[in-house]
Ligand binder design. Structure first.
Ligand code: HEC
Length: 100
């Protein structure tokens, strides 16, 4: 998560950085944070729901999920690390989702 903090804030009400604030992202609509100027690459994928599965796919390979995305991050190849990151994101939420 330290790597993510270079571009994202996680605190409730945190300001966007290079990327959008991630508070409450699990269960939220994808690429829909108000006021954040998303790249064209992800606009076509906006409005889906971020679940364990969709977040895992995005975080494994952002450039594969949305070619041309501004999220210049190679991805988390280790499935356990991805699950840990998603669980951590989920804990930063008003209403955490039930994860598998
Ligand atoms: C180099 C900067 C950078 C790093 C590092 C980075 N991100 Fe991002 N992230 C972005 C940008 C920029 C976007 C918006 C993508 C776009 O518009 O193409 C984004 C989008 C996202 C989204 C979708 C947000 C939404 O509103 O739907 C999630 C979730 C996310 N990042 C999680 C992470 C996590 C977790 C990490 C660490 C493992 C991480 N990011 C690392 C820049 C970054």
């Amino acid at each position: 998560m330290q790597q993510c903090a270079a571009c994202h804030t996680l605190a409730k009400g945190g300001a966007p950085g290079v990327g959008p604030n991630l508070y409450g992202i699990v269960g939220a609509k994808s690429f829909s944070a108000p006021g954040f100027n998303y790249s064209a690459a992800v606009k076509g994928k906006a409005g889906a729901t971020w679940t364990d599965d969709t977040l895992s796919a995005w975080l494994e390979n952002p450039m594969g999920y949305a070619p041309g995305t501004m999220m210049a991050y190679p991805g988390i190849k280790n499935a356990q690390t991805r699950a840990d990151v998603i669980a951590y994101l989920n804990s930063n939420s008003d209403k955490p989702e039930k994860l598998p």
